[in-house]
Design a protein around this ligand. Structure first.
Ligand SMILES: [Zn+2]
Length: 76
């Protein structure tokens, strides 16, 4: 009977160890993936308004613009 209790106890210990390792691995993974950096802001070459780079339009002669109209007008 005592062997059965010992076996259960060992099983419980193994379970705790397994859960602890899983938690540690999850923590490590969380640290390895920092949150995405904030997006770069660019200024419109025409009016100077700041907007995220992904929302800006690139001019034919370079530069970044806030709208199609300002892109057409070109840099100020
Ligand atoms: Zn603009």
């Amino acid at each position: 009977m005592s062997k059965l209790i010992l076996l259960l106890f060992l099983g419980f210990l193994a379970y705790l160890l397994f859960k602890g390792l899983q938690r540690a691995a999850a923590r490590r993974q969380g640290k390895a993936q920092p949150p995405a950096p904030p997006e770069r802001m660019v200024a419109c070459a025409r009016c100077g308004v700041h907007l995220p780079e992904s929302e800006s339009l690139e001019g034919d002669a370079g530069g970044r613009f806030c709208s199609e109209e300002h892109r057409r007008l070109g840099a100020a």
